[in-house]
Design a protein around this ligand. Structure first.
Ligand code: GLY
Length: 264
């Protein structure tokens, strides 16, 4: 089995803009503090760099309050990238800002043309398949178009359901290694990870499910000690990153970067 789903040479991030205070959120739990978010973002980038990766930091986009969440703009595979088509109208212009960056790194950059919609937060790439959650942002037509595009690179895509009230599929899960998933019990109960080893988030710590395995580290949001202990006991090198401000906008570790190893 390969390790291409969690070993990467590159990441792309985008600095949060002051307009982040107008970012989308399911429930208003307070205005995000830009200064604190910038500090957490710097810690996040430092952790990615500590693994040896090249991190490309993009400038803030004031016109797009949620643009710090770059993951939703593209799917990056070794063979090429696919530019997404967000389901949130206020985010529809973000992929066009990411496409030129990815074209400098990849020989092949494809695009979801629509009419369907799909966001990167609903896509989990494992060693054996691409899981795509159908959500309020990602519809059947978007999933079907992505399946058609990635078939040329030999990928098998499987549609799964996102629990009601959950923003994205990866809000509730993340890849820890080639055969292991961290997931909330509510998502794992659907059976979508049958055949994988599943580590559950601790009770009351469902918001810890959105981590990223990035080379030798697992970056996870700070403040979830029971889940952090489970991961450490399972042998993962955990790095906790402050996420209080992104969490106010339903964002987490995966949302903040595109992670990839372009074949060139
Ligand atoms: N606030 C992130 C999103 O709703 O896309």
């Amino acid at each position: 089995m390969t390790d291409r789903s969690y070993r990467f040479t590159h990441a792309v991030t985008r600095a949060p803009a002051p307009s982040i205070v107008r970012g989308l959120r399911a429930v208003d739990t307070g205005t995000p503090d830009l200064g604190r978010m910038q500090q957490d973002h710097a810690d996040y980038i430092a952790a990615l760099r500590a693994t040896g990766a090249e991190v490309i930091e993009l400038a803030p986009l004031a016109d797009y309050p949620d643009s710090v969440f770059v993951e939703d703009t593209a799917l990056c595979l070794p063979e090429g990238a696919v530019i997404m088509r967000p389901g949130a109208p206020s985010r529809a212009g973000e992929p066009a800002k990411m496409a030129p960056v990815l074209r400098t790194l990849y020989g092949e950059v494809l695009e979801i043309a629509g009419p369907g919609t799909i966001e990167g937060g609903d896509i989990l790439v494992t060693e054996r398949e691409i899981l795509v959650g159908r959500s309020a942002r990602t519809d059947a037509a978007g999933i079907a178009e992505l399946a058609g595009l990635v078939a040329r690179w030999g990928y098998r895509l499987r549609e799964v359901a996102v629990p009601a009230g959950v923003l994205h599929f990866k809000t509730d899960c993340s890849l820890l290694d080639a055969g292991t998933i961290l997931a909330t019990p509510r998502l794992a109960a659907s059976g979508c990870f049958d055949g994988y080893r599943v580590i559950h988030t601790a009770e009351g710590e469902e918001a810890a499910a959105n981590t990223i395995r990035f080379n030798d580290l697992v970056l996870m949001p700070a403040g979830f000690p029971k889940t952090a202990a489970r991961l450490a006991e399972a042998g993962y090198a955990v790095r906790e990153i402050g996420n209080s401000e992104c969490a106010k906008l339903d964002g987490g570790m995966s949302c903040l970067s595109l992670r990839f190893t372009p074949k060139g």
